[in-house]
Ligand binder design. Structure first.
Ligand code: PEP
Ligand code: MN
Length: 363
């Protein structure tokens, strides 16, 4: 782990006038025309956002879509800054993007999800940024690979970039889901556990893929103590050249931001602290009970393993596993657990049981 990554400053120390509290970043998916950029920025400045974002070069999954206006759009962003005073953030994916961004006086750059997956590309961007004191935000890679996400940030820290933030934009799922990308909150939660000082911003637009879910996902992120939000906004979302279904007008975005409830990570209230600490003692006891129960279960699993070894029987009996899963789903349902939760839990327990029996068979 790069030592510097454990000491990243808060965004309020980036020298860009960002607040101590949550930072709101907003702007269009893509800069399309000067009028669209300026009109969106004026609307956003009135809602109190703290930073303006826009895509100049767009990494599209399939070719043939709008791939961004390119450098032509950079002077429009300069105008936004001159007029509104908002710092400007754009995505960079290669050396050319970095140099053009520097020349245009962009304040913050971010590395997109499709770039974070590629260590060569991230290294190229990091090397181009060497010696430059610019904040860099790093989106999570498309797949839920925390190592790859942290690796990208380590590459930046290694070239001397100090102001780093992570951008959580969800992960491509294999199955169809309600959202464009799966939030998999446990991944940014683990990132926070590993790097408690690292600012983490949520991008609910690319998680949701649809504007009607943005308020809910934004609130979830704030309830998980994220450091801010990056939300796509367009003066005329339906007519946007990219990501039309997830963009919000500045007015709609303003309403969402006003309605967000900001909660404190800690309470000063003595009574609250006493009650929570008593309940947490109960939770700790139950967690111990869970481990003890699982250990008893594994003891029985190993006894069965010995019998299987003696009689030369396979570890897996598919029909028995099918029965077990159906039974725990039914029982779990009676206790209000949804099937996805029961499945994840019992598939993990089942895998550990298999590992234990494999070990018995090998001995
Ligand atoms: C974007 O922010 O416009 C973008 C391309 O996002 P991502 O890299 O998360 O797909
Ligand atoms: Mn987008």
């Amino acid at each position: 782990m790069e030592e510097a990554l454990t000491k990243t400053p808060a965004m309020s120390e980036w020298g860009l006038g960002l607040p101590d509290g949550p930072v709101w970043i907003a702007g269009p998916c893509s800069a399309e025309t000067e009028e669209q950029v300026l009109s969106t920025a004026r609307g956003l400045a009135a809602t109190g956002v703290h930073m303006f974002r826009a895509g100049i070069w767009k990494p599209r999954t399939r070719p043939g879509c709008f791939e961004g206006v390119g450098s032509e759009g950079l002077p429009w962003l300069k105008k936004v800054k001159a007029e509104t005073g908002l710092p400007i953030a754009i995505e960079v994916a290669n050396v050319k993007h970095v140099y053009e961004a520097m020349r245009a006086g962009v304040d913050v750059v971010w590395i997109g999800a499709r770039t974070t997956v590629n260590p060569f590309a991230v290294q190229e961007v990091a090397d181009a940024l060497k010696g430059v004191d610019i904040p860099v935000m790093v989106k999570n890679p498309v797949s839920p690979d925390l190592e790859l996400w942290m690796g990208a940030m380590e590459r930046l820290a290694a070239v001397g970039i100090k102001k780093i933030a992570a951008l959580h934009r969800g992960f491509k799922g294999v199955q169809k889901s309600a959202t464009r990308n799966e939030p998999m909150w446990q991944v940014p939660i683990e990132l926070r556990r590993c790097l408690p000082n690292l600012p983490i911003i949520c991008d609910p637009s690319h998680i949701a893929g649809r504007r009607d879910l943005i308020a809910e996902i934004s609130q979830q992120a704030m309830d998980l103590d994220f450091d801010g939000l990056m939300i796509e906004s367009h003066c005329n979302p339906e007519a946007a050249w990219s990501d039309a279904s997830q963009q919000l007008t500045p007015e709609a975005l303003g309403k969402i931001l006003t309605a967000i409830i900001i909660r404190e990570p800690e309470a000063k209230d003595e009574d609250f602290n006493l009650q929570v600490s008593q309940l947490r003692t109960q939770l700790d006891q139950l967690d111990n009970d869970l481990i003890n129960l699982l250990s008893d279960r594994m003891g029985i699993v190993e006894k069965i393993g010995l019998l299987k070894k003696k009689s030369n029987v396979t570890v897996l009996q598919a029909s028995r596993w099918d029965e077990t899963l159906k039974q725990v789903r039914r029982h779990g349902g009676e206790h209000g657990f949804d099937e996805a939760f029961v499945d994840t839990l019992f598939k993990t327990i089942h895998q550990e049981s298999i590992n234990r029996q494999e070990k018995v068979l090998r001995e």
